[in-house]
Design a protein around this ligand. Structure first.
Ligand SMILES: Nc1ncnc2c1ncn2[C@@H]1O[C@H](COP(=O)(O)OP(=O)(O)OP(=O)(O)O)[C@@H](O)[C@H]1O
Ligand SMILES: [Mg+2]
Length: 505
């Protein structure tokens, strides 16, 4: 008899159903796993043998063949241990194959039969729901799986508990969905920032419309400080967004409390990060920083210090909201709808423009430093803001600045306007991603604004993309005012964030 157990293979954030087939036939004792399995899967034989031994079981002296079907897709990871082990138990008539056919199974085995946590429990649970099955997974992934909806979950600490459950001697209770403690962590607050009213305004506009923003300024001006506080003024994730974000973190094995992430992610990779860690991929394909920041913020501090190829790789996902990672035999797509925030000094010494402190190499030093960022990447920032040093009177001010929750209320109101305009159904109903006809329909300014815009196009030599970005930012500014019409002052303010068509300094 051939016993069959359902499990999954991961392909980006999607899953593909895999059937573990186990056959025991007469012949020389042998245990083989076939079906394009990688090293971790091949090694599962030893873990299974050891955990069976721990339970006082031994594999029958027969020819055992395990096939992972379909055989033409690569099987990676250690989560095949448990389905193979259960398939063997079904063939050995320890467990009922009919009962096991109601479940999708994944989990890694320890030598003592303990079930170790694995990545991708949530996507596997969603796969189980769509196939009308329950899920068997390690205990540590149970609460994560519970977010997939209405399904039976058997989250067992070890193999023995699972056998006892099916024998009826120890019943495993279904875990409950729980919100991630990490996502409720204390966030940095805008009230810590003294003065810098204009910079805070730029950050508020960026948050309201989901715009990419670049802060340029001398060392210690508070650029990093501002950027780190962006999440504190962003609205929480919508339920469907939360599921997407949790799924990506689940695949990366980054869900600390195996719960749902409800707050927008904030990722700040170091400038020495490799291309693969930023965009994803690698030997075992994993989502990169850009996908971990999906529906949230990617912060690149000291922007020119990143390798040029790394920065250029961001250009396409910034436009499309997804990243396609090419592998030797296929392509994997991860979502990457991010808001990019970056900070940089205007030159290597950092004091370009400060007559007392700038180095003797100006303006060459600034030109060289800024040329590390290509024009097209610079063009993708809707707002470029020069952060000046904090004034002494602001620093000495005793009163705190405006708190994040007050700003978040205005941001949320502006986002509501956008949801009303673009509809709930849109993936990310934000001004920053509006394009074409729709943009002209909603952001065409009044006659005064039009006039100002036509002068700006000539004088500032705005590219077509820059022109559209000005319109988007102006639309957000009008949304923050609660106005349906984009007026001249909105256009003027939006233009002030473009800094001469993209060059900083
Ligand atoms: N507006 C401000 N209000 C209060 N403290 C500030 C302000 N700006 C800067 N600081 C203080 O200066 C420190 C350095 O700020 P931050 O790291 O944000 O500077 P930066 O502009 O990123 O500098 P660098 O270019 O060197 O990275 C902060 O940790 C904070 O203590
Ligand atoms: Mg900094």
């Amino acid at each position: 008899m051939i016993s069959k157990i359902a499990t999954v293979a991961f392909h980006g954030v999607s899953t593909q159903e895999v059937t573990v087939e186990v056959q025991m036939s007469p012949g020389l004792p042998n245990f083989n796993i076939v079906g394009l399995a990688d090293k971790a899967v091949a090694e599962s034989r030893e873990r299974i043998r050891a955990s069976f031994h721990h339970l006082g079981l031994s594999l029958p002296p027969r020819r055992i063949t395990v096939n992972l079907a379909p055989a033409d897709i690569q099987k990676e990871g250690s989560h095949y241990d448990l389905p193979v082990a259960l398939g063997l138990m079904a063939s050995m008539e320890i467990l009922d194959p009919l009962e096991l056919s109601n479940y999708t199974v994944l989990g890694e085995l320890g030598l003592d039969g303990a079930l170790a946590p694995v990545v991708g429990v949530l996507p596997a649970a969603l796969n189980a729901v769509s196939n009308n099955r329950g899920l068997i997974c390690p205990e540590k992934g149970g609460r994560e799986a519970a977010w997939a909806g209405d399904l039976t979950i058997l989250a067992a600490p070890n193999l023995l508990a699972l056998i006892n459950h099916f024998k009826g001697t120890q019943v495993l209770s279904s875990p409950k969905a729980e919100i991630c403690a990490a996502s409720m962590s204390n966030k940095l607050d805008m009230k810590d920032i003294k003065g810098q009213l204009l910079a805070k305004r730029a950050l508020e506009i960026a948050a309201a419309g989901g715009h990419n923003v670049l802060f340029v300024g001398p060392p210690g001006a508070g650029k990093s400080m501002l950027a780190q506080r962006l999440p504190s003024i962003l609205p929480r994730l919508e339920p469907s967004e939360a599921l997407d974000v949790t799924m990506i973190h689940s695949l990366a094995g980054l869900l600390p409390e195996d719960g749902l992430i409800t707050e927008r992610p904030f990722r700040d990779p170091h400038h020495s990060s490799s291309l693969v860690s930023l965009i994803g991929g690698g030997v075992r394909t994993k989502p990169g920083e850009i996908s971990l920041a999906h529906q949230g913020v990617l912060f690149l501090d000291e922007l020119p210090e990143f390798a040029r190829s790394t920065l250029e790789s961001l250009r396409q996902p910034l436009e499309t909201g997804k990243i396609v990672v090419a592998r030797a035999n296929n392509h994997v797509t991860y979502p990457a709808r991010i808001q990019l925030i970056a900070a940089m000094n205007p030159c290597r010494c950092g004091y370009y423009g400060d007559l007392q402190r700038q180095c003797h190499r100006v303006p060459k030093c600034a030109e060289e430093y800024q040329s590390k960022i290509s024009g097209p990447l610079m063009d993708r920032f809707d707002l470029v803001f020069h952060v000046n040093e904090v004034k002494a009177v602001d620093l000495l001010e005793k009163n705190e600045g405006e708190a994040s929750h007050a700003i978040a209320v205005r941001v949320a109101a502006a986002r509501q306007q956008q949801i009303r305009r673009y509809g709930e159904g849109d993936l990310m109903p934000l001004n920053a991603v509006t394009d074409g006809e729709k943009l002209h329909e909603i952001a065409t300014p009044d006659a005064d604004g039009q006039h100002l815009l036509s002068i700006a196009i000539e004088k500032m030599r705005l590219s077509a993309r820059s022109y559209h970005r000005v319109l988007r930012v102006a639309r957000t500014i009008a949304d923050l005012e609660g106005s349906d019409l984009v007026r001249r002052p909105n256009i003027a303010e939006a233009l002030s964030y473009r800094q001469g068509g993209g060059k900083v300094g």
